[in-house]
Write a protein that binds this ligand. Structure first.
Ligand code: SAM
Length: 240
C-alpha cells in the first residue's frame, strides 16, 4: 500500500494520526486507511470496523493481501461497538454524512472516555459533527477542507477537552468551521458559493408554490446574507 493509492482526502486524515497510533477506523470499507497507516508505521495498530458484509470482506481481503494481519483487526459491527476492549486511542469516521457520524458517536458515547482524538470527515452537514463535539468534551483543534474529483470534503480533528474552546461566535463558527473561517481558502469559498446558489434556487422554487411559506423564505434569505458576508470578506483573515 503506498501513498499513491490513497485518496488525498484519506491521506489528509492520516496526517492527523500520531506515530504509534492505536486507532479504530469506523466504516472502513476496503480498509485503505488502516492499511496505509500500518504499512508506513510498523508500530501502529488499527481496528477496521464495518457493519456491512461486502465491505467487511473487502477489508479482510485487503489486510490479508498486504500481510498486515498482525497490525490490523477487521471487526464486523455497528459503529463504535467494534472497539470492544481494544485499547483504542484515536477514532476515524470518514466518508459518511454528518448526521450518521453524529449518531455513531452518540450511540457509542460509553466508548469515548479513553479516546484522545477523533478525526471525522463528513461528506455533508459538517456542522452537525461540530455541534456534537462542542457539547461532548471534544475540542476542535484543527480543520481542513480539500477538493478531490470535483467534490469538496471537510476534515475535523477534535481532541478530548473542553468542546467550547476556540469559538468566538458559536452559531456562525459551528456552521462554517472556526479554523476554516480564519483561513478561507479556495475550496472553502467554492463550497460556500455553491451552498449560496443552492439556497437561491430553493428560494426561487418556494416562490412558485401555491401557498408561499414567507417565513421559510426569509430564513433562507438570512442564510444567503450570512454566506455572502463570509465569502465577501475573503482575504480579510483578521477576524472570523
Ligand atoms: N471510510 C471509508 C472512506 O472514507 O473512504 C469508506 C467510506 S464508505 C462511503 C462508508 C462505509 O461505512 C461503508 O462501507 C458502510 O458499510 C460503512 N458504515 C455505514 N454505517 C456504519 C456503521 N454504523 N458502522 C460501521 N460501518 C458503517
Amino acid at each position: 500500500m503506498n501513498e499513491k493509492l490513497l485518496s488525498n482526502r484519506l491521506h489528509m486524515v492520516a496526517r492527523y494520526l500520531p506515530a504509534k497510533a492505536y486507532f479504530a477506523d469506523i466504516g472502513s470499507d476496503h480498509a485503505y486507511l488502516p492499511c496505509y497507516v500500518c504499512s508506513i508505521d510498523p508500530t501502529a495498530f488499527a481496528i477496521a470496523g464495518e457493519i456491512n458484509e461486502g465491505p467487511f470482506q473487502s477489508a479482510k481481503n485487503q489486510v490479508k493481501a498486504l500481510n498486515l494481519t498482525s497490525q490490523i483487526e477487521v471487526v464486523k459491527g455497528n459503529g463504535l461497538e467494534v472497539i470492544g476492549n481494544y485499547p483504542v486511542r484515536q477514532i476515524v469516521i470518514a466518508g459518511m454524512g454528518g448526521g450518521l457520524i453524529r449518531s455513531i458517536l452518540d450511540s457509542g458515547k460509553d466508548k469515548l472516555s479513553k479516546i484522545e482524538r477523533i478525526i471525522a470527515q463528513p461528506n455533508v452537514d459538517a456542522h452537525l459533527v461540530r455541534e456534537w463535539f462542542s457539547t461532548h468534551h471534544f475540542q476542535l483543534v484543527s480543520e481542513q477542507i480539500v477538493k478531490e474529483d470535483g467534490h469538496i470534503y471537510e476534515i475535523l480533528i477534535a481532541d478530548n477537552g473542553d468542546g467550547l474552546i476556540g469559538y468566538q461566535d458559536l452559531g456562525k463558527e459551528l456552521l462554517f468551521g472556526p479554523h476554516l473561517l480564519r483561513e478561507k481558502n479556495e475550496a472553502f469559498i467554492e463550497k460556500w458559493e455553491s451552498e449560496k446558489n443552492k439556497r437561491l434556487r430553493v428560494i426561487e422554487q418556494m416562490k412558485q408554490a401555491r401557498n408561499i411559506n414567507f417565513e421559510k423564505i426569509a430564513s433562507f434569505k438570512q442564510e444567503v446574507k450570512e454566506i455572502e458576508e463570509v465569502i465577501e470578506g475573503a482575504g480579510d483573515n483578521t477576524c472570523p
